[in-house]
Design a protein around this ligand. Structure first.
Ligand code: VGL
Ligand code: ZN
Length: 200
């Protein structure tokens, strides 16, 4: 076993009608199900914030959603409240076949720190444990799909490449938020990190 499919944050809040909706986020679900059915190993990630999380604009009086703030670990986008632990918005899209998952990694549960990446939180040093899980299974190659291309997929892919995995992002099975050119800069950052972008 050397390959794993990593499905990033295919949750209701990132799909149309959700709190942080990504345009067409729902449209990738059937093809992701088909890919999971063929994969050697499948990991799902789930954005999983406590109410009042520090990445929520509502936790910073006067701050507008999608504005920036300086956190102790660096600049941080302030998001609308989303993926609150146990809420419908935090649940996987109802059509995602979660029975095909070997492992579900939750991230963003520490109140004071956001976590875009499936490997490290936004301080770039607090691990989620996924690296150890994959290594102990002997997995060397990863394919990433999911939401959103320019945030959680982007940071996960760059961290995975830095950790030494061979990483492909199936951009046809991702959708982006695209905040102020973030999709273009994410694509550049992924390519510079050695991530293969594929839209097979
Ligand atoms: C995400 C913003 C905030 C994502 C998660 O899954 O890309 N984006 N939390
Ligand atoms: Zn989040």
């Amino acid at each position: 076993m050397t390959h794993a499919l990593i499905v990033i944050d295919v949750q209701n809040d990132f799909c149309p009608g959700g709190a942080l909706a990504v345009a067409e986020g729902n449209t990738i679900v059937p093809a992701i199900n088909a890919l999971m059915a063929e994969a050697e190993a499948v990991v799902l990630t789930q954005d999983w914030h406590p109410a009042g999380h520090s990445s929520f604009a509502s936790s910073h009086p006067g701050a507008a959603p999608l504005s920036m703030i300086d956190m102790p670990y660096g600049p941080q986008v302030l998001w609308p409240d989303h993926c609150v632990q146990g809420s419908d918005g935090a649940a996987f899209h109802p059509d995602l076949d979660t029975t095909l998952a070997d492992m579900i990694v939750r991230k963003g549960f520490r109140p004071a720190i956001d976590s875009y990446s499936a490997f490290f939180e936004n301080d770039h040093e607090t691990p989620t444990g996924l690296d150890g899980y994959l290594r102990s299974r002997g997995i060397t190659d990863l394919t990433l799909v999911g939401l959103a291309t320019d945030f959680c997929v982007h940071y996960s892919a760059v961290d995975a490449a830095k950790l030494g995995f061979a990483v492909t992002v199936r951009t046809d099975l991702c959708r982006a938020i695209d905040l102020d050119g973030s999709l273009a800069s994410a694509r550049t950052a992924m390519q510079e990190a050695g991530v293969r972008l594929s839209d097979v």
